[in-house]
Design a protein around this ligand. Structure first.
Ligand SMILES: NC(=O)c1ccc[n+]([C@@H]2O[C@H](COP(=O)([O-])OP(=O)(O)OC[C@H]3O[C@@H](n4cnc5c(N)ncnc54)[C@H](O)[C@@H]3O)[C@@H](O)[C@H]2O)c1
Length: 394
């Protein structure tokens, strides 16, 4: 018997919504996208027309809908708390873009509401379910680098320059650790499990001095809230030590670093903001090699001609699909509220220890099962699409 599809609505029809909507309406059997919503109804109508979605609704109408079970929240982080809270209180399961909220106490409240009401709340990024990060998890779980001893991750951007184009970066949740560092933290959590202790140093964003490139005649000035530069340390429950370095106050030529060290080897990962970056295995007495990817969803979308944007972001939406199957199978979902809360706690505690000194002992924890290996999303050497939804079912 065919599983009943999950009636789904999307709130927020901005830049990232396109790759989600394209995949969610055309790639997966479990989702039935029935409505879109945006503060700007024209944007929502355009999305409905482009992706063949029957209804444009307000948030109130989504809350009142009897048929919608799951809502995908693609609004800026500063809007997340209010929207997610309303949706949970109206009985909807929620998948939200990162970070769950901009404030830890708000995230804790949302987790409590979801628990009380028996609802799912899943948190992006879903690149953690992509081929690269799942392959790295597989390699670590299967002992390819022995016992993990340590890890180091680093990313840099000119976040002030990015905030010229992406205005939401000027509000809470827009600093580099929250906007981009979260991909690195989420990937580390997926591969190495929960963190026990955190400490960090931080520095704020520089006030925006001048405008160039995009909004040349925009008179507004801003300072991205929070620490835009963080240097931190982690101790994982399993004993490994970690270094985090997120610098949003430097230039925009990104130099992504991601290494996991073990007693028998080193894994080098690519940018965890992507799905199919190579995973390099370094051993003592042979040349480094790229591991074959053990999982599907390597970023290729195989629908018509993917735009350059979609090539990088190709499989966004697989976290929604994994959640939809969790709802139907009544099993835990992988990008769980507990994991989203834990990732946010790491970020917030970097800020807290940067301000107060000392070491913060984490209060939250989570588990995240790996996806089943050996189910691929392309065939014929990447020349055609295969159906990897099966890897998201159980
Ligand atoms: N742009 C990217 O490359 C990218 C990549 C990955 C994740 N994200 C995340 O996705 C989310 C959205 O990013 P974006 O780039 O699409 O932003 P965007 O500003 O382009 O789009 C956000 C949309 O949400 C709408 N919105 C805001 N508040 C709303 C409300 N209360 N009700 C209904 N609609 C509301 C806005 O009108 C806007 O159209 C953010 O959390 C961001 O961190 C963005």
């Amino acid at each position: 018997m065919q599983t009943k599809r999950v009636k789904t609505a999307v709130v927020g029809c901005g830049i990232i919504s396109h790759v989600y909507l394209r995949n969610m309406t055309r790639l997966f059997s479990i989702l039935d996208v029935v409505a879109v919503c945006d503060l700007n109804p024209e944007l929502a109508q355009q999305a409905a027309n482009e992706y063949g979605i029957p209804h444009v609704l307000t948030l109130e109408e989504i809350e009142a809908s009897q048929e919608i079970e799951l809502v995908v929240n693609l609004t800026p982080a500063s809007a997340h708390y209010g929207i997610i809270r309303r949706l949970l209180l109206s009985g909807k399961h929620v998948y939200t873009e990162k970070t769950m909220t901009a404030q830890l106490d708000e995230a804790r409240e949302l987790v409590n509401i979801a628990n009380e009401k028996g609802l799912y709340l899943a948190v992006a990024p879903d690149t953690a379910l992509g081929a690269s990060i799942q392959t790295a998890r597989w390699a670590v779980d299967h002992g390819l680098i022995g016992d993990v001893t340590s890890c180091i991750v680093s990313i840099n951007r000119d976040q002030n320059l990015n905030a010229e184009r992406f205005r939401f970066l000027r509000s809470a949740g827009g600093a580099l650790p929250y906007d981009v560092g979260i991909y690195y933290i989420q990937a580390l959590l997926t591969i190495l499990g929960p963190v026990a202790e955190v400490t960090g140093f931080g520095a704020p964003a520089r006030p925006r001095q001048r405008q160039f490139l995009f909004n040349e005649y925009d008179p507004e000035s801003w300072q991205i809230p929070g620490n835009n530069l963080v240097a931190g340390s982690l101790r994982f429950h399993r004993g490994a030590l970690g270094i985090l370095h997120f610098d949003g106050n430097t230039i925009g030529a990104e130099c992504s670093t991601f290494r996991i060290y073990g007693t028998e080897g080193i894994l080098e990962l690519g940018d965890p903001n992507c799905f199919g970056e190579p995973i390099r295995l370094i051993k003592p007495e042979s040349p480094p090699c790229n591991l074959p990817l053990t999982h599907g969803y390597n970023g290729s979308c195989f629908i018509d001609d993917a735009t350059d944007f979609e090539k990088g972001y190709g499989n966004r939406g697989i976290g929604v699909v994994e959640l939809a199957w969790a709802i139907r199978k009544e099993r835990p979902n992988r990008l769980s509220k507990e994991m989203g809360l834990h990732a946010l706690e790491v970020l917030c505690c970097l800020d807290e220890t940067a301000a107060s000194g000392g070491v913060y002992r984490m209060t939250s924890t989570f588990t995240c099962e790996p996806l089943k290996a050996g189910i691929y999303s392309s065939m014929w050497g990447g020349g055609a699409r295969a159906d990897a939804e099966l890897s998201l079912v159980d």
